[in-house]
Design a protein around this ligand. Structure first.
Ligand code: NAD
Length: 486
């Protein structure tokens, strides 16, 4: 195994990052680019030994980091953000090579947002306070105490964005971190290790173990010294992690999958609704929040479908490094197979592909819209995580809400309507962590983010992140009893 590989001209260390040092493993796994199936390189394949070493490093670094002043922690996080901003081009091309998402959005949206993650939580930390309050003359004072070493486990669909969304608040809170990036996208986490070292983050405050969750997950999540686990990924993995964490009652934050609805009422701006629907193909449908179930009011369904088909025909699918591309490849041949399996089973059960319904050359799947689908069918109930949407119709508001809520998920929902009162009535009844009205994907780090039901446990963002990553402590002080030292 070579310690460093060059990815699109950028040098990337292939080893773990533990206690401020690069650490190799005896074994490796092969990282492949979804753009053309080419081998990127061999990456350190962590075992329980490296996982334990990373947790030990996080434990050792915790007391000093927890005792570091808020101002100093915030300064260091801003220094990390500066480092990210200096390397936006490198991070963007490496991420695109690794996960196949658009280079232009990595450059202009995602990587600036990664820097913002650090700046936001650094600044929020400095404002974190609860006004003291009185109980029969006694003073209550609330502290956010750092909870301890935190294990953060993340998926491949937005690797650095999702990782830093957890790393930044965890570090700001005074916790030390062990990050396990997804095995399909290990690279930008390694660049982040370099950036944090250059920024002066003390050794052991951030540790990164590469490898398969099935091989090192349990070692990370069952350690009694780990005081928080934050996971973004699939429901089955979340259940395994929950079981592993249960032995130590380790608090968990789980950001999971979705099967979110887009409700289009007849009074909506139809062009806007069509734009919102076509947007759901972004990132080749590999977006947890994607509104993959389009619910359209019956009288406008035909016209909506006509305009949708016309608009979707303009989608440019291809190399994510090209400026003109709208949709890149899907992440892995296995994922492609999974997507096609869902679609072919749906078609066999009677669904009609209005567009798509098949693979394309390479690792691409044709943007697909399926109609004639039953509410209780697999394609309506299960997350596909590919460019596959279903379209169903409804005739009343109650029916729309009923269909929208009728899955085991509750991550997000989007409502397209021209009627403000209807928007209020409908959103009040939707089971979802985030609801967008006549818009999509507008997100603010101070908002609570998370899912209901099988879409997750807990909320992160703003104060909610600090509530999760800290042990809150209320100190009650009596009015009398002080000795006069004067
Ligand atoms: P996944 O659950 O297969 O893997 C996620 C991570 O968990 C990876 O790093 C993996 O190595 C690790 N892992 C696997 N087994 C483990 C174990 N036993 N113990 C510990 N870690 C383990 O999910 P995925 O396929 O990488 O990601 C796609 C899923 O993530 C979709 O369901 C998607 O909706 C969801 N997602 C949710 C959000 C959100 O914010 N709600 C955001 C993005 C993705």
């Amino acid at each position: 195994m070579t310690d460093k590989i060059t990815v699109a001209g950028v040098s990337v260390d292939t080893r773990h990052w533990i206690g401020g040092e690069r650490v190799a493993s005896a074994g490796t796994f092969t990282d492949v680019s979804p753009i053309d199936g080419s081998v990127i390189g061999e990456i350190a394949r962590g075992t329980a030994t490296e996982a334990a070493a990373a947790v030990a490093a996080a434990k050792a670094a915790f007391p000093a980091w927890a005792a570091t002043s808020r101002a100093e922690r915030a300064r260091l996080l801003h220094a990390v953000a500066d480092g990210v901003e200096k390397r936006i081009e490198e991070l963007a091309i490496v991420e695109t090579t690794d996960n196949g998402a658009l280079l232009r959005s990595h450059r202009r949206g995602v990587m600036p947002r990664v820097a913002h993650n650090f700046r936001f939580f650094a600044d929020w930390l400095l404002t974190l306070e609860h006004e003291d309050f009185d109980t029969r003359g006694h003073t209550n004072h609330v502290d956010w105490d750092p909870a301890g070493p935190s294990v953060l486990i993340t998926p491949w669909n937005a690797p650095l964005m999702l990782s830093t969304w957890k790393i930044a608040p965890a570090l700001a809170a005074g916790n030390t971190v062990v990050l396990k990036p997804a095995e399909w996208t290990p690279l930008t986490a390694s660049l982040l290790a370099d950036i944090t070292a250059e920024a002066g983050l003390p050794a052991g405050v951030l540790n990164i173990v590469q490898g398969y969750g099935s091989e090192i997950g349990d070692a990370l999540t069952s350690d009694p010294g780990v005081r928080r686990i934050s996971f973004t990924g699939s429901v089955p993995t979340a259940k395994r992690i929950s079981a592993s964490a249960a032995a130590n009652l380790t608090p968990l934050s789980l950001e999971l999958g979705g099967k979110s609805p887009l409700l289009v009422f007849a009074d909506a701006d139809l062009d806007l609704a069509v734009d919102l629907a076509v947007e759901q193909y972004d990132n080749a449908g590999q977006v947890c929040l994607a509104a993959t179930r389009i619910l359209v009011e019956e009288p406008i369904a035909e016209e909506f479908t006509r305009r949708f088909t016309q608009k979707a025909a303009g989608i440019v699918q291809g190399d994510p490094r090209d400026e003109a591309t709208d949709i890149g490849p899907n992440i892995h041949p296995r994922q492609l197979e999974k997507i096609d399996g869902f679609v072919q089973r749906a078609i066999a059960a009677g669904a009609r592909a209005v567009i798509g319904g098949h693979r394309k050359d390479g690792q691409y799947y044709a943007p697909t819209l399926l109609t004639d689908v039953a509410q209780d069918s697999e394609i309506v109930q299960e997350e596909v995580f590919g460019p596959v949407l279903t379209l169903q119709t409804f005739t009343t508001e109650d029916e729309a809400v009923g269909l929208a809520n009728d899955t085991r998920f509750g991550l997000a929902a989007t409502v397209a309507t021209g009627d403000k009162e209807r928007a209020g009535r409908v959103t009040a009844q939707l089971v979802a962590g985030t609801v967008w009205v006549n818009c999509f994907f507008v997100r603010d780090l101070q908002a609570p983010f998370g899912g209901s039901r099988h879409s997750g446990v807990g909320r992160e963002g703003g104060n909610w992140s600090f509530d999760f990553y800290c042990d809150l402590k209320n100190t009650v002080t009596a009015p009398k009893g002080w000795k006069d030292h004067g």
